[in-house]
Unconditional design. Structure first.
Length: 176
């Protein structure tokens, strides 16, 4: 309550079509081996405990008092934020504002695989928000983004007492 980030207030949200340079689809998954939890329970925990599970912490990711519901804006530190675009029992999606390093969508979801194991997934469709960020992508911004979501998936698995590695899949869907 009362927190405002200058890179969020008055800024439009921007999807991957409004960005600059290559468009990337990144998918991070973790099979929650040994956990007896439903996809809806995973998403509810993720939504209500996002600062903790993402590793951003309460100061790094500030959730509005209304929670992570469609239209809500959560602040990332003092520099940026995300708007909740969509939310249901088994997924929720963030969209980034102008000024964020990326233009895009991040969807967090869970489902049962063919073996009946719950799988948690973070799925990104992003591109750089401007030419400077596009230059920074191969210089470390990609690795930082990958580590962030791999850590998040490991934390989600650990929260449910599960074992399992994080699988990362990265595809350049638009090289222009």
């Amino acid at each position: 309550e009362g927190s405002v980030a200058s890179n969020v207030e008055g800024r439009r949200t921007v999807g991957p079509l409004q960005g600059f340079g290559k468009m990337w689809q990144k998918t991070y998954t973790a099979r929650l081996e040994g956990a007896s939890t439903s996809p809806a329970q995973v998403v509810e925990a993720w939504r209500t405990r996002f600062p903790e599970l993402s590793g951003f912490g309460e100061r790094g990711f500030r959730v509005p008092s209304s929670g992570l519901v469609p239209g809500a804006v959560a602040l990332l530190g003092d520099l940026s934020g995300v708007m909740v675009l969509y939310s249901d029992d088994e997924s929720f999606t963030y969209m980034t504002p102008e000024g964020h390093p990326f233009s895009g969508w991040i969807t967090f979801s869970a489902h049962k695989d063919e073996d009946g194991t719950t799988v948690a997934r973070a799925h990104l469709l992003i591109r750089a928000n401007d030419p400077l960020y596009e230059l920074m992508m191969p210089l470390g911004l990609h690795r930082l983004e990958d580590r962030t979501w791999q850590r998040t998936l490991r934390n989600v698995a650990a929260y449910f007492g599960a074992t399992g590695e994080v699988e990362t899949r990265v595809v350049c869907v638009d090289p222009k």
